[in-house]
Design a binder for this molecule. Structure first.
Ligand code: FO1
Length: 334
């Protein structure tokens, strides 16, 4: 029977763990929305026990180069080189190459920095030599000193297409070029029916002690991962181990246009609305104290509810949530 668990927020000093927990964690992640939590986990656990399964629906080909924004955002964040104010790209980046590309009449709405371009050139060189996207992602994270495994959801191309009031748009055109202004009518993951999970993805879910769904956009960050045949089924089979952190607090997105997109597609823009999308594969749904009043309705969906501060602005908040997610013992939620 589902039960509600309200956890007091211990001061950060009490959450510092004497030794790092030896739990194998597998996280499902988009880009910017997931990064703060991933960085906290990376610091608070043995990072070699962390595997991150990343959305690649955002991938796009520009200037003949395959760009994988979420893989790069996660990798740059954990490598400590991301531009923290934007959440993507390199810190201290320059854009000389992009300006030169514009001289040739090439589109420059997607801000590819000079340092970032080296990543895309390297990835493309590997792909053209016959390597897979997984192998390219592993080469990049290893070279940048990231100790956790970073897996694309699939080695197959599965672009997220937004059917909007302006017609079909690639997700990056919708988000970056059109600044999420078009009205979303439908979201498609092109070719997903024949896509396969990347090597290691299903095993990472199966073998994990705990599976975390990061506070990423449920529709266009977590949604594409769940749509790859086999992944949602594997999560369902391991439901008791799945902890999903809600990306909506007080009806608003922690990051990006999740709230607007949920509403435009007829979902509730609330913790309960997200819980309904995750109920079939989530054991414990983590909500912020601001949404405590929705606990009973979420429990009624068959999930346990943990109430934890999910907004991560201060240093203490950035440590508290990952520490709490690592130290919650499963029996507490039975
Ligand atoms: N987001 C923007 O809002 N504007 C950009 O020009 C932009 C460029 C960019 C370049 C490389 C990269 O890895 C990410 C980039 N992003 C940019 C972020 C990205 O498009 C989205 O935040 C993610 O796809 C959503 O997770």
């Amino acid at each position: 029977m589902a039960s509600r668990v309200t956890l007091p927020t211990p001061p950060a000093s009490e959450l510092f763990m004497p030794s790092k927990p030896k739990l194998k964690i597998t996280a499902l992640a988009g880009g910017v929305g997931a990064s703060k939590l991933l960085l906290g986990l990376y610091a608070e656990m043995d990072p070699s026990l962390l595997t991150i399964i990343v959305n690649t629906g955002d991938d796009i080909v520009l200037h003949g180069l395959k760009i994988s924004p979420d893989l790069d955002i996660v990798t740059y964040t954990l490598a400590g080189i991301v531009d923290a104010s934007k959440g993507w790209g390199f810190r201290g980046e320059t854009f000389h190459a992009l300006k030169r590309l514009a001289v040739y009449g090439r589109p420059n709405w997607f801000n590819l920095g000079d340092r970032d371009l080296a990543t895309h050139i390297h990835r493309n060189a590997l792909l053209s030599e016959g390597k897979t996207l997984s192998q390219a992602a592993d080469s990049i994270r290893t070279a940048l000193g990231v100790k956790s495994r970073v897996l694309p959801m699939s080695d197959n191309s599965v672009p997220t297409i937004i059917d909007s009031n302006e017609g079909p748009l690639h997700f990056q055109e919708y988000l970056v070029k059109r600044r999420a202004e078009p009205v979303v009518k439908k979201i498609r993951f092109a070719g997903v029916e024949s896509a396969r999970p990347a090597p290691g993805v299903l095993e990472a879910i199966r073998d994990a002690d705990r599976i975390l769904i990061c506070p990423s956009n449920p529709l266009i960050s977590i949604g594409p991962i769940l749509a790859v045949p086999g992944i949602r089924e594997e999560l369902r089979a391991n439901r008791e181990k799945v902890f999903a952190v809600c990306p909506i607090v007080g009806g608003k997105s922690l990051k990006g246009p999740s709230d607007k997109m949920l509403a435009q597609l007829g979902h509730d823009s609330s913790a309960l609305g997200v819980a309904k999308l995750y109920a079939d594969f989530t054991g414990t749904f983590v909500i912020d104290p601001a949404d405590k009043s929705q606990s009973a309705a979420i429990s009624a969906l068959g999930m346990k509810v943990a109430v934890l501060p999910t907004v991560m602005k201060t240093l203490a908040q950035k440590r508290n949530l990952p520490c709490a997610l690592l130290s919650l013992s499963l029996p507490l939620f039975m």
